[in-house]
Design a protein around this ligand. Structure first.
Ligand code: BGC
Length: 370
């Protein structure tokens, strides 16, 4: 009898373990990243996959080579594999409407990850405060040039923005431009190329080569005589800053140090910061972005009431709950969780080491922590 009870207990235990495993394991999460060609999305993909797997979810992770049609196919494929939730960092915010309508028809919730998608199928947006990212870049240039005390002095600068299909590119550019506009209007800051709108400064696919070619062109056309000093080049992110820094090295006639901004803390750009070819990067801890995304996903998948503000306040990671700044193209608010970016320069590289995600190499350059 004792043996029988023990056997039954073991069976019940095994069954309940199975129930837990299958309750968690049965949930499948599709994670769609834009491309592997830009450093950060490899990190995002890896962190998200690790977070979700560790929490007991099945995952499908795709990178769509910066090709919207490919991303649509990848998402349709996820839907056909009966995912329970989609996490999407889009390539073209306007290019996903049909597949998102399919997701909505199937009742599959969607989290827009890092890049906003203006569709009612999106339940939540998890990102950083991207207008603030641009603002930090603009303020950095303002303070580095001491524009408030410029007197009669004038400064020359140029802008390089991001992919026009990525809503973030507009938030970054607007955040930076809003800070610098008063100085441009006052004539303290001059843009010799005259290119000061996203339609002119945008960079398809955030490509380093495209940013390089445009910068070479501008340097040749407007700074070629060596008489026009280039004081600053505001780049929205690190992949474009890499191209601009390369152009300054090869094609700029002047010998002054040019202020170059960036964003992401890519390894190659951190090296450029140490070497003085880039001046700053706005760092966004994407490991934390993945943690917040998992927490939001759990809340969605577990159902029940979800108090976003209380939830954001309870996170260990600083994160604001915003129900006003983002809305679908149908005009419905998209509740958002926005993490906080940090300025990194040569002087506070330790901050990155402190995240545990970077280590200082013997050569004086940062490397990704293993
Ligand atoms: C991200 C940036 C990134 C850029 C290019 C943006 O949507 O927010 O961190 O540099 O895409 O990958």
């Amino acid at each position: 009898m004792k043996k029988f009870v023990a056997l039954m207990m073991a069976l019940i235990l095994a069954l309940s373990v199975c129930a837990v495993a299958s309750a968690e394991g049965a949930k499948k999460v599709g994670i769609a990243m834009p491309t592997q060609s830009l450093e950060r999305w490899n990190r995002d993909g890896a962190y998200l996959e690790a977070q979700f797997k560790e929490a007991g979810y099945d995952t499908i992770v795709t990178f769509s080579n910066n090709d919207n049609d490919q991303q649509v196919r990848d998402l349709e494929n996820m839907l056909s594999q009966d995912v329970d939730l989609l996490i999407i960092s889009c390539i073209d915010s306007d290019g996903l409407n049909t597949v998102l309508n399919d997701a909505a028809d199937k009742g599959i919730p969607v989290i827009a990850y890092d890049r906003m998608i203006f569709n009612d199928a999106v339940s939540y947006y998890v990102s950083f405060d991207n207008y603030t990212v641009g603002k930090l870049q603009g303020e950095f240039v303002r303070d580095a040039l001491d524009l408030d005390n410029a007197g009669d002095k004038t400064f020359n600068m140029e802008f390089t923005g991001g992919a026009p299909t990525d809503p973030n590119a507009f938030y970054f550019f607007n955040g930076a431009y809003d800070v610098l506009k008063p100085y441009i209007d006052a004539g303290t800051v001059i843009i010799p190329s005259g290119q000061n709108e996203m339609g002119q400064v945008g960079t398809e696919q955030w490509s380093t080569d495209t940013a390089l070619a445009r910068a070479q062109n501008i340097l040749g056309s407007f700074y070629g005589d060596g008489a026009t000093v280039l004081d600053a080049w505001l780049c929205s992110n690190d992949s474009t800053a890499a191209g601009v820094a390369q152009a300054i090295e090869s094609d700029y006639a002047g010998d002054n140090a040019v202020i170059v901004t960036g964003q992401d803390g890519d390894i190659a750009n951190l090296k450029n910061i140490v070497d003085g070819k880039q001046t700053m990067t706005v760092y966004k801890n994407v490991a934390n972005e993945a943690i917040v995304t998992l927490a939001v996903a759990k809340a969605i998948l577990e159902g029940g009431d979800f108090d976003g503000a209380a939830f954001a306040a309870a996170q260990e990671i600083e994160c604001a709950y915003d129900t006003e700044s983002y809305a679908s193209s149908e005009g419905h608010p998209t509740p958002s969780f926005l993490l906080v970016p940090t300025v990194v320069t040569k002087d506070n590289l330790d901050y990155l080491v402190g995240t545990g995600l970077y280590v200082m190499g013997d050569d004086g350059y940062l490397q990704a922590a293993k």
